[in-house]
Design a protein around this ligand. Structure first.
Ligand SMILES: [Ca+2]
Ligand SMILES: [Ca+2]
Length: 227
């Protein structure tokens, strides 16, 4: 019985490890869906973020294949939902958000976002993008991932991952995330940001349920055998 209980506990630890996840950090309006804009239109309304660039927009099929023009509007090829944010103008234009969470010493942060090049984009296709993690007080750059699009990248999206391990100098400082268009050309778009602290592991609630049910079942089996 003791050996059986120990085996069960070991199995539970295994399940625990397999379905736990890193602690998620809240981003307001991470996919630009809070401000509703009709298919093919844009809006200057922007919840949660600050920008000196262009707008929240809802692309058409002419701009990304499948971002079409149906009722209901089914944007099958943009990373998430109906809307994206277009960073137009180059020259360091950006969209940015200071999060409610603060950096913790030794925490390991991963910021994930998507950068996309339009199907109908003109110009030289050398839009240089940068997805960044910044000090939310001084706006100093802490970590970034950069890249650029060519004509071959037209009508596509790519996942961009930025990593940063906080040191004591930023402990307690608000986290800022930003997407920058370093140009020189016209525009790229971003969508579907998420961020996690990978040094904190949170078990899924369902794990506890499986674990508890397993132990209850074993206890019941043990009692039955004693009779
Ligand atoms: Ca979206
Ligand atoms: Ca659309």
């Amino acid at each position: 019985m003791v050996a059986r209980m120990m085996l069960c506990a070991l199995a539970a630890v295994g399940i625990f490890a397999s379905v736990s996840h890193a602690a998620l950090i809240t981003i307001v309006n991470p996919s630009f869906e809070s401000d509703v804009t009709a298919d093919g239109t844009n809006t200057t309304s922007l919840t949660g973020w600050t920008t000196n660039a262009w707008k929240v927009w809802n692309p058409l099929n002419a701009q990304w294949t499948g971002a079409t023009d149906q009722v209901p509007d089914l944007d099958t090829t943009i990373p998430d939902g109906q809307n994206v944010f277009g960073i137009a103008g180059g020259g360091g234009k950006y969209v940015t958000q200071v999060l409610s969470s603060t950096f913790q010493t030794d925490a390991e942060y991963t910021l994930t976002g998507y950068a996309g090049a339009r199907r109908d984009e003109g110009g030289g296709y050398s839009d240089n993008y940068a997805i960044q993690i910044l000090n939310g007080t001084t706006h100093a750059l802490l970590s970034q991932t950069t890249g650029s699009f060519t004509a071959a990248d037209r009508d596509s999206w790519r996942q961009v991952v930025v990593s940063y391990t906080a040191d004591a100098s930023v402990n307690g400082v608000p986290i800022e995330i930003r997407a920058v268009n370093n140009g020189p050309d016209w525009q790229y778009s971003v969508d579907n940001f998420s961020m996690s602290d990978d040094s904190v592991i949170i078990p899924e609630p369902s794990t506890f349920l499986i674990w508890t049910l397993g132990l209850l079942g074993l206890a019941w089996y043990g009692r039955r055998r004693k009779r």
